[in-house]
Design a protein around this ligand. Structure first.
Ligand code: UTP
Length: 466
């Protein structure tokens, strides 16, 4: 039942936040009801604590590089990877793996109108990020004769548009019921100086998605942990919508995770330069942590070992395996911390005018999924090759932009084609000269491509295989 406005006013006053009811007398019934609902759902106690706490800093204690299972560079390592692949495939065939894609957030940097997943990224066909991911899931479901459940986290802002996009495209061929959407939570935004709640308009708090770490509680709240558990799912393969290179449900990764009996696993790539914006995996007091690039002191980021390599080299690329029971435990204990981010957020001022600041004026609170790492009893960190698995879409131009992502996709497919014996023209820096696209339903990896008919002997222009 909705509390009355006076009770809420008192509660707000106890935290010095009653200003959010300043325009109450101007609101109609519907807007009043919405505002009350928003106010009832926020945890003022938590917010007050988060505002008072000192921002998270680089961890103290003995910090050293994390132990990483390196790329298979010997016969033994290759043999181990083969064994792991068998284990991973058995888990996939047995219906123990669900695919978990986070597609919430705001995509502020990219500035695309619509959910990030709808961005047309295919180097030749312009197929969307969602289409690429879904067709991988479809191809793998066929390969393992098991409809892999696909759980997609949206944000309140992009949920409706995401569902519409999937409906328009007939779920990209996935079975009805195979795709499950769930919406992430939000957190109120506060003024950076006064720590007062901001209003997006006179009858609405400014809220922002609570970070990709919100996935843990959102999954539980949507009842998906229980549903999937009863269906026999034991673990999640997690990735983020903006990286179309991800090797979805990689059986070697799943198998290594199983062999280690890990609760959480993550893939890393070698950072190219100290300032690269990747979280770095470290070990502190026998626990692994991912330190956000912005929290890693510059001196640490630049530190090199005797051979000249970066000492803290292992950059997390946001590809994980999580045991379902581990995530469930984290959800029940609300275990992930919140981080603060200073951002520009429009708000309504005390005169009722909408202000669009040009400098950071507000604090957003976000949870990061990689903060689960130190909470895992056993964890695996696996190195992978960046060219094969990682180029996320973040910006409209420059690094991690549509151009670099399309080039990375073409390069990946060029490598597969070369492995299949095709002659592929490359630039002096190793980039594919022509845009190339291989639909996941044609081949999901280099090995599958090798056995296919219709693979050309030479690439002579833009190429699509589907
Ligand atoms: P980013 O941290 O790059 O955020 O998210 P973003 O919202 O996509 O873009 P910016 O920072 O506003 O420019 C990495 C991945 O995590 C998901 C995004 O969909 C993306 O796949 N994410 C992020 C969420 O699902 N929820 C969030 O609250 C934040």
């Amino acid at each position: 039942m909705t509390a009355d406005v006076n009770t809420i006013r008192q509660r707000l006053a106890a935290y010095g936040q009653e200003h959010v009811l300043r325009w109450w007398h101007e609101l109609d019934e519907a807007r009043r009801a919405c505002l009350l609902e928003q106010l009832e759902s926020i945890d003022l106690d938590l917010l007050c604590r988060l505002c008072q706490e000192a921002p998270a800093s680089f961890p103290s204690g003995r910090v050293e590089p994390a132990p990483v299972t390196r790329l298979a560079d010997s016969f033994e390592a290759w043999q181990e990877a083969e064994e792991a692949a068998d284990l991973g495939e058995t888990s996939l065939r047995g219906g123990e793996v669900a695919i978990l894609m986070v597609a919430g957030g705001q995509g502020t940097r990219l500035g695309h109108a619509g959910p990030k997943g709808t961005f047309p990224i295919g180097p030749v066909t312009q197929r969307s990020l969602f289409q690429i991911h879904c067709q991988k899931v479809l191809a793998l479901s066929r390969r393992y004769q098991q409809p892999l459940p696909l759980c997609i986290m949206t944000s309140p802002d992009n949920d409706a548009a995401t569902r519409e996009f999937f409906a328009e495209h007939n779920n990209f061929g996935l079975e009805p019921g195979q795709v499950r959407f769930f919406v992430q939570g939000t957190m109120p935004v506060v003024d950076a100086k006064s720590k007062k709640l901001l209003l997006a308009d006179k009858g609405q708090l400014a809220l922002s998605p609570n970070g990709h770490g919100g996935v843990v509680e959102a999954l539980a709240r949507a009842g998906l942990m229980d549903q999937l558990r009863s269906q026999g799912v034991r673990r999640f393969f997690y990735f983020q919508v903006d990286n179309p290179l991800v090797k979805v449900a990689d059986p070697v990764f799943l198998g290594q995770h199983l062999k280690r009996r890990a609760e959480m696993s993550l893939k890393v790539v070698a950072k190219t330069v100290p300032e690269e914006r990747l979280g770095v995996v470290v070990r502190r007091d026998d626990r692994l942590h991912v330190i956000e690039y912005s929290d890693l002191p510059e001196e640490w980021a630049r530190r090199r070992d005797r051979s000249g390599r970066l000492q803290f080299w292992a950059g997390s690329i946001a590809i994980h395996v999580f045991e379902l029971e581990f995530l469930d435990r984290l959800a029940r204990t609300s275990a992930l911390p919140y981080h603060r981010a200073l951002k520009c957020v429009p708000y309504v001022n005390e005169r009722g005018e909408l202000v669009r600041p040009t400098q950071a004026n507000a604090i957003k609170f976000e949870r990061f999924v990689f903060d689960a790492l130190p909470l895992a009893e056993r964890a695996l960190v696996l190195e992978t090759d960046r060219r094969q698995e990682f180029e996320p879409l973040k910006n409209p131009s420059g690094e991690n932009s549509p151009d670099t992502v399309r080039q990375a996709l073409s390069n990946l497919y060029a490598d597969w084609l070369q492995a299949a014996g095709t002659i592929v023209p490359l630039t002096p820096t190793g980039d594919s000269l022509f845009p190339i696209e291989i639909a996941p339903l044609f081949a999901c990896d280099a090995e599958e491509l090798r056995g296919k008919r219709g693979v050309p002997a030479k690439v002579t222009g833009p190429l699509v295989l589907e």
